[in-house]
Design a protein around this ligand. Structure first.
Ligand code: NAP
Length: 495
């Protein structure tokens, strides 16, 4: 089936990134938008992830759109379902649902040079056309299944944390969790009391610092609703602290590595307060610098390992059998439930998440892999006209995904403003502007913990297959916002 109508824009992904882009395009006067979403509802990561213990770990006042504050967060760090509710509220308030098409799995998009539009191929054979293509497919949207011998022979229940089965009762089960990333840190303390036995398979330990979480009293919430400025002040303060920590401990490691050392001491003391056994503490202590891998926050992760029914296994997994896991020392642990907290595949399949073919047949994924991962200001790539990639190399502001989205919205405003002023049909970033940006980001990374810290054992997804930490934009958020509003207009060619 072919639809000959050419939409103003096709946005791929109905998470916060896609919704932010749709809001901005709406403000710029584009009316015919289509938002394609592979899941059956909106919310992106906050729709897909529903595992027990899910919550934000950046203060909620910061982890939300600045133009759409939410006075109703119940805690400083809101639980996952409140984020999903917030996403629905935004979709309703900005009337985005009418543009959304769920269960629409986009297989690829091809630039049609003759007609100056994108052709988007949807699973099932449907095609649609749009003048602009914006991909907002997130950074953590392709779940990683571990390649472990025999995993397919396991006869019990297998659950990846992105596909939580609410109907499955964990009570009295003998479970294993593979993985000790941010997801496992939230999940393990939640499920441990319900299970008969829980064995946690840790390959790489993670830095965990305390989480200063608390309920937000009703009177404070109603004050936020009545006087939004009060919540803005809280947001400003929280964002300011995070920004300083991010810039100092991650980006300016050369000068400020004492911040990382302090954070390591805080994490170790946090662990020592909850675990007496020095052997267990040693196993849970990372051997890489704080900041190499995304640190996590929890007040009950370490405590969970002091329970009689929770066991930490640090010997490597050799194979999985129908009824258990065998480690390389020959020990077998019998289980009936296998929980995979094994994270996401970013570099092989997420950049980009779909096949994108630009001008002269250039394949974005292949080009990124054969050359280097790169995107001008984290949004545009040469040879890909009328295309903005919102989950790109060097786009992620470490502060909060919402600052990434909002700086990209600002970039869109300036770019589309110029396109409209010139009455251009196409825009495309120049190779020179792109190269200058990549050189600048590469140089800035030289001061970061990724270049100077001891990161080789961290196995961090921040690093790609070429050993480059190419996700985070290695500048302050202030710089990202400033450049989004002032980038040289001649960085793009307009035709
Ligand atoms: P992750 O950080 O990538 O952790 C995956 C874990 O699985 C790691 O411990 C990894 O070990 C382990 N693993 C993977 N394959 C394995 C294998 N074959 N054998 C043994 N272990 C294996 O994934 P995640 O915990 O889902 O977190 C991903 C990101 O999601 C976080 O960094 C964060 O950005 C985001 N997140 C955010 C929140 C929030 O509160 N906002 C909550 C959860 C997640 P290695 O380290 O050795 O590879």
């Amino acid at each position: 089936m072919t639809n000959t109508n050419v939409h103003d824009a096709a946005i791929i992904g109905a998470g916060f990134g896609g919704m932010g882009a749709a809001i901005q395009l709406g403000r710029l006067g584009f009316k015919d938008l289509v938002i394609l979403e592979r899941e059956d509802d909106l919310g992106g990561t906050w729709h897909v992830n529903r595992y027990p213990g899910l919550a934000v770990d950046i203060p909620s006042s910061t982890y939300s759109y600045s133009f759409e504050p939410n006075p109703h967060w119940s805690r400083l760090y809101a639980p996952g379902e409140e984020l999903k509710k917030y996403a629905s509220h935004v979709a309703d308030k900005y009337d985005l649902r009418k543009n959304m098409r769920f269960n629409s799995v986009v297989e690829g998009a091809v630039w049609d040079a003759e007609n100056e539009h994108w052709t988007v191929n949807i699973a099932g054979g449907e095609r649609l056309h749009a003048r602009y293509l914006l991909t907002a497919t997130g950074f953590l949207s392709q779940p990683k299944m571990p390649e472990i011998d025999g995993i397919e022979t396991f006869a019990g229940k297998v659950i990846h944390t992105t596909k939580w089965d609410d109907s499955y009762d964990l009570a009295g089960k003998k479970a294993a969790v593979i993985g000790t990333g941010a997801t496992a840190v939230q999940l393990i303390p939640e499920i441990a009391p319900t299970l008969a036995e829980l064995t946690v398979y840790q390959r790489t330990a993670i830095w965990v610092t305390p989480k200063s979480d608390a309920k937000i009293p009703k009177r404070v919430r109603s004050m936020y609703a009545r006087v939004p400025l009060t919540q803005r002040i809280v947001r400003g303060f929280g964002s300011g602290v995070l920004e300083v920590l991010m810039v100092a401990a991650v980006l300016k490691y050369r000068r400020f590595k004492m911040f990382n050392k302090i954070a390591e001491r805080v994490a170790k003391r946090h662990m020592a307060r909850q675990i007496d056994d020095p052997e267990l503490r040693k196993k849970l202590t990372p051997d890489y610098d704080f900041g190499c891998k995304r640190p996590t926050f929890s007040n009950d992760y370490f405590k969970a390992f002091t329970r009689d029914n929770v066991h930490l296994e640090t010997t490597s997994i050799e194979r999985i059998e129908p009824d258990g896991i065998v480690t390389t020392d020959g020990k077998k642990t019998t289980i009936d439930t296998l929980i995979l907290a094994t994270g996401f595949n970013l570099w092989d399949v997420n950049f980009p998440a779909i096949e994108i073919i630009g001008r002269d047949g250039r394949n974005l994924g292949k080009w990124w892999r054969d050359n280097r991962f790169q995107a001008y200001e984290g949004v545009a790539v040469p040879h890909f006209p009328n295309f903005l990639t919102l989950a790109s190399p060097y786009s992620y502001s470490g502060l909060s995904y919402f600052t990434t989205i909002e700086s990209q919205m600002k970039h869109m405003k300036r770019l589309f403003g110029e396109v409209s002023k010139r009455r251009a049909s196409t825009f495309e970033v120049t190779p020179e502007a792109n190269a200058e940006f990549l050189d600048r980001m590469t140089e800035k990374l030289e001061d970061s913990v990724f270049a100077l810290g001891s990161c080789s054992t961290a196995r961090s997804y921040y690093f790609n297959q070429h050993g480059e930490a190419a996700i985070l934009r290695p500048t302050s958020t202030i710089n990202a916002f400033r450049e989004a509003g002032r980038f040289p207009l001649e960085a793009y060619r307009y035709a």
